[in-house]
Design a protein around this ligand. Structure first.
Ligand SMILES: Cc1ncc(C[n+]2csc(CCOP(=O)(O)OP(=O)(O)O)c2C)c(N)n1
Ligand SMILES: [Mg+2]
Length: 780
């Protein structure tokens, strides 16, 4: 690299450090506070990566590369985008304020500049691996142009992020899938939030990455230290610093030149070469020498990045100092530390930034403005255009309801997908399924038999080759449309995040469907939340669910998931009871996940076969199914009781209704296909002073009517229906762990069988007097 360009990049690195520090200072000390809360921001974490990120954003990155930035380096990221003209001063001034630059880089709130949101440590790192797999998928399926080289998926990780297990789950999966074009850059500042991190883990980190096929590039010492090591006795200095425990190194970084001198004199004074080095350096320059780590050496960083020209996954371990260049440097408590106004004033003087010129792009830099701005204009990212790609929507043909008088929603799902797989629609081409080792048991078998498993290489199905009979074909090829994952639900959700962003991130729209068992949503819940937070779009099929799974036992029986469905932003939750409802809903979902402002969709399905209604669904009913509910049995004009059910307990609701027909001929049965949609619509309509679907449905009841709600999930899933039009509610459901049993026993035990419904109905209808009595027919 020409010395001139290097000098310019160093100057801009200084500016990035300044702006990130100032942005945080401004937010905490200069912007008026209305609530007395600390605004925060991470000056030390930011300073730690100023060099690496400047090198990346102002030199190394190409337009097709995609990056997940360490969450607490957001200020550095915003500063770099500001220099590139992609972020406004106004947003920097409002860092961490409403509408300003976000605390942690956010795809949805910061906009086009952010490729992957970060915040929950570990997940941003993991998503890059699955994004590289998504990129391979798109290229091998010819869904994106392949004349340009693929982008590198890059994660900038804090060293403590490597304590998050999801990183290792991802690494193992990546090894199996032979991922490429992946860079993880570890900001090895030896500090986490609480303290200095243990030396032991990083002693093994190279081996760990190499084990799974990665190249490890360690950026340890900068040019000045390397020069010192090359002097007479310099090897002793290297040995000393190599052996220096993380905590001592960090403490000395904080103490500065005097501290270094004291320790080096004590340990190495017998070597004349070392004494010479000490004599030649005053405290400041000794400090600069001893903290000259390669992660702060622009030339070393650039050399390392540019030395990689192939697509092998590469881990860079960049030795850095947390708070480098700031008075907070190295102190173990610096994670949330902020420079005080006096320290800031001193720092500002050192940076040569005149008062009033704090936000200026080049103030305090001793290189000509024209050259600095020419460099910024020449950066590959400078006017690469929008990073977000728009992709045309995929048409969704009619989806016929699967035939069969008696079936479960899970079977229906398998048949519907099998049917789509058998056709040659664009929809079928764009669907990609993925599952963590439950492909067959979630009924994706028919789909996989027809569409194959994705792999970079062709791999025959050995059982088939050997003529071993199996219902399941398991051949793999680059044309396959199912990504088989090992059992790790975090990976499933990160894969769905990456596939669900394939359109905007890579310009190739995919319609991802992920399947897993309903209770294991909780295992990957943070990754699911993470995927949704950045507006990835996918369909989640969770099956089996609830105690309706019966003999499989308690550990597999989900209880709280419908409440997750209710409360989780970005996800619309449905729990249909019948196959024809599922057909309507899946068709709608393929549209919803493609819609501007749409959301991802979660289906909670069941293995319980139930009798199907003989009906054809007209447009009005289809709309109600999508809206969240309809009257399966219409209430009479003087209705004093409704049974509202959700999902697999439909037969119990219907049987109870039939049993009541003589006594309560006006009663009705409300089929709730989506508590989530009904609830949202209720709230949204109320906010507009209107009546939503839930009101319109429940207004059919007498004002003093009662509602018995029943679901194979926590009773709170439906109990809120009582608030819609002020009806008394008898909520039935499951609020204990499940256990093995058959359906009659379990439904009776947990109080969601026909008798429980009748019992609740009887109590409800006696009169409002009984409303205060115990209403739980739960039997021990
Ligand atoms: C899942 C999760 N747990 C906890 C936190 C709180 N937290 C924020 S940063 C951090 C430690 C960061 O250390 P490191 O990754 O080394 O980053 P550094 O600031 O040193 O660059 C923690 C625990 C979080 N953001 N996400
Ligand atoms: Mg750290």
């Amino acid at each position: 690299m020409p010395a001139k360009r290097l000098a310019l990049l160093r100057a801009l690195e200084k500016k990035v450090l300044w702006l990130s520090t100032w942005m945080i200072h401004n937010a905490n000390h200069l912007r008026p506070s209305r609530d007395g809360l600390k605004v925060g921001g991470h000056q030390a974490s930011s300073a730690s990566v100023a060099t690496v990120m400047t090198a990346l954003y102002l030199d190394v990155l190409r337009p097709q590369d995609r990056v997940a930035v360490k969450p607490h380096a957001a200020p550095v990221f915003h500063a770099l985008q500001y220099l590139l003209g992609h972020q406004s001063r106004d947003k920097l001034e409002r860092f961490r304020a409403l509408g300003g630059a976000q605390a942690y880089p956010s795809r949805t709130k910061d906009g086009d500049i952010v490729d992957f949101s970060t915040g929950s440590v570990g997940l941003g790192v993991g998503v890059t691996l699955f994004a590289s797999l998504a990129q391979d998928y798109l290229r091998l399926h010819d869904m994106v142009p392949t004349d340009a080289p693929p982008g590198r998926m890059i994660a900038l990780a804090g060293d403590a992020e490597l304590d998050e297990g999801n990183i290792f789950e991802a690494l193992l999966e990546g090894w199996k899938h032979d991922v490429r074009n992946l860079w993880w850059i570890i900001d090895y500042n030896r500090q986490s939030l609480d303290a200095v991190v243990s030396d032991r883990l990083f002693g093994r980190i190279d081996a760990l990455f190499e084990l799974v096929g990665w190249r490890v590039v360690t950026l340890k010492y900068g040019r000045k230290l390397e020069a010192a090591f090359a002097r007479p006795d310099g090897a002793h200095l290297r040995e000393w610093i190599d052996a220096c425990p993380n905590s001592l190194y960090s403490a000395l970084v904080y103490k500065g030149g005097e501290g270094w001198r004291e320790h080096l004199l004590r340990d190495l004074n017998r070597y004349p070469g070392i004494r010479a080095i000490l004599d030649e350096h005053d405290d400041d320059s000794l400090h600069a020498l001893m903290t000259n780590l390669a992660g702060h050496d622009m030339e070393a960083v650039l050399d390392a990045f540019h030395s990689i020209t192939d697509d092998r996954p590469t881990c860079f371990i960049a030795y850095t100092i947390k708070g480098y260049g700031l008075p907070l440097a190295g102190h173990k408590d610096n994670h949330a530390g902020l420079m005080n106004p006096a320290q800031m004033a001193l720092f500002q003087r050192g940076m040569g930034v005149p008062a009033g010129a704090e936000w200026e792009q080049f103030s305090g830099l001793d290189l000509p403005e024209a050259e600095l701005s020419a460099l910024l204009r020449s950066v590959p990212l400078a006017d690469a255009g929008a990073r977000r790609r728009a992709t045309p929507a995929i048409a969704v043909p009619e989806i016929p309801a699967p035939r069969g008088k008696r079936q479960s929603t899970q079977e229906a799902f398998g048949r519907i997908l099998g049917g789509i797989a058998g056709g040659d629609s664009e929809l079928a081409r764009r669907i990609v399924t993925t599952s963590p080792d439950v492909t067959v048991s979630t009924n994706l078998g028919a789909w996989v038999n027809r569409r194959g498993i994705f792999d970079r290489a062709e791999r025959q199905d050995t059982f088939r080759e050997e003529n071993v009979v199996s219902a399941q074909r398991w051949a793999m090829s680059p044309r396959g449309q199912h990504i088989e994952l090992g059992i790790a639900e975090h990976n499933l959700f990160l894969q769905l995040a990456a596939l669900g962003l394939a359109g905007p991130v890579f310009g190739g729209r995919l319609l991802p469907i992920g399947t897993l068992y309903d209770p294991f949503i909780k295992r990957g819940l943070d990754a699911l939340n993470y995927a949704l937070y950045q507006d990835a779009r996918f369909i989640l099929v969770a099956t089996p669910s609830g105690i309706s799974l019966a003999p499989e036992g308690g550990a597999h029986q989900s209880v709280a998931e419908p409440l997750i469905g209710l409360a989780q932003p970005g996800l619309l939750a449905f729990e249909p009871a019948f196959a024809d409802e599922l057909a309507v809903l899946l068709r709608w979902a393929f549209g919803e996940i493609q819609r501007d402002g749409g959301e991802s969709v979660y289906f909670r399905l069941s293995t319980r076969p139930i009798d199907q209604p003989a009906r054809t669904i007209d447009a009005g009913l289809a709309q109600a199914i999508v809206g969240g509910g309809y009257w399966l049995r219409e209430p009479g004009p003087d209705c004093e009781l409704a049974i509202a059910y959700c999902g697999a307990v439909a037969p119990e609701a219907i049987a109870a209704f039939d049993a009541l027909a003589e006594d309560l001929p006006q009663a009705g049965v409300l089929a709730v296909t989506s508590p989530d949609r009904l609830h949202r619509n209720w709230r949204a309509a109320a906010g507009r002073g209107e009546r939503g679907l839930a009101e319109r449905l429940l207004e059919r009841l007498r004002p003093d009517a009662a509602i018995v709600t029943v679901a194979d999930s926590h009773p709170a899933t439906l109990s809120w229906l009582g608030s819609v039009a002020h009806h008394r509610v008898m909520p039935l459901g499951v609020d204990q762990f499940g256990q093995s049993g058959d359906l009659p026993d379990l439904y009776r035990y947990y109080g969601i069988d026909q008798n429980a419904i009748l019992d609740a109905a009887a109590r409800a209808c006696l009169s409002g007097r009984l409303a205060s009595e115990s209403i739980y027919p739960f039997q021990n």
